[in-house]
Write a protein that binds this ligand. Structure first.
Ligand SMILES: C[S@@+](CC[C@H](N)C(=O)[O-])C[C@H]1O[C@@H](n2cnc3c(N)ncnc32)[C@H](O)[C@@H]1O
Length: 269
């Protein structure tokens, strides 16, 4: 994979250090022109924040994290009625504030929905590019004029690390997250143009997860109440019965479903 960094203004890109050290990555810094024949990702560091685009898709606007975006606002306005995610994490079962650990934060959209519903959300993201985009979105959002958005974002924190080592670090601690939410990378699934563009970029940038079993195992050892694993496609009762470990139940979502595991600590809740 190739990545060009266009750095027009002084922006804090310290999170990208690790990325810049990856050997097989071709990185152009500052205002160096993007070669005509370049086909790869371009990270734009500008006064308005960080964004990322794909050189092959000139018509698409770069992807930037906006917690005030129309799509996120729409999802927020309809989520109380229709979000499988909220049912899956047990919003209708437990009292607030629920502490959620979102182990695969990505663009932070699921985390934002959960925070807007009153949850405390610790996000974990291992990709330095995604973590930088997310960090940038959080910083811009927290400085926005919208008091509601600010209050939601104040309930969100970001840890730039691998979720498995993060969970190992808190496994024995007295304070554990109530719910661990995992949404690993899997092949293209969503249909809307906006999501498609963002997902296509993520798929270029990030490998599909081949360690879901290990993530799930660590999460089951650590979550206080439940673990929620997002999976592609419709829920299939037969597949659920055959799964190991077997989820307690499944909740349908949009083009996906959520597998819910109750942990031993949850007892009769
Ligand atoms: C499908 S995306 C998550 C999308 C997210 N739920 C949202 O609302 O935007 C998966 C994300 O998990 C991250 N990820 C994959 N494996 C991880 C790991 N072991 N630790 C932390 N993050 C991981 C990927 O870098 C990617 O950003």
């Amino acid at each position: 994979m190739q990545l060009i960094i266009q750095k027009r203004d002084p922006v804090d890109i310290s999170l990208l250090d690790e990325y810049l050290n990856i050997k097989d990555l071709r990185v152009f810094l500052d205002n160096e022109a993007v070669p005509e024949n370049y086909s790869g990702l371009i990270l734009h560091c500008a006064e308005g924040g960080l964004s990322i685009s794909c050189s092959g898709n000139k018509s698409a606007s770069p992807t930037q994290i906006h917690f005030s975006s129309d799509s996120l606002q729409y999802r927020l306005n309809t989520s109380k009625r229709s979000e499988g995610l909220l049912k899956a994490i047990g919003m209708d079962k437990y009292s607030l504030p629920l502490h959620i650990l979102d182990g695969t934060a990505g663009l932070g959209t699921d985390a934002y929905i959960m925070a807007a519903m009153g949850c405390q959300v610790s996000m974990v993201e291992k990709s330095p590019i995604m973590a930088a985009l997310l960090n940038d979105g959080l910083k811009r959002g927290i400085n926005s004029a919208d008091p509601l958005q600010k209050s939601y974002l104040q309930r969100m924190t970001l840890h730039f690390t691998d979720v498995i080592s993060h969970l190992k670090g808190i496994e024995k601690s007295a304070i554990k997250p109530d719910v661990i939410y995992l949404d690993p990378m899997f092949p293209a699934r969503e249909k809307s143009a906006k999501v498609k563009k963002d997902m296509a970029l993520m798929q270029k940038l990030l490998p599909a997860n081949d360690n879901v079993a290990e993530m799930l195992d660590m999460a089951l050892r650590t979550a206080g109440k439940r673990v929620v694993l997002k999976r592609p496609g419709k829920a299939k009762p037969k597949a659920m019965k055959q799964a190991s470990p077997r989820p307690e139940f499944q909740v349908p979502g949009k083009a996906c479903h959520f597998q819910v595991y109750l942990t031993a600590q949850a007892g009769s809740q």
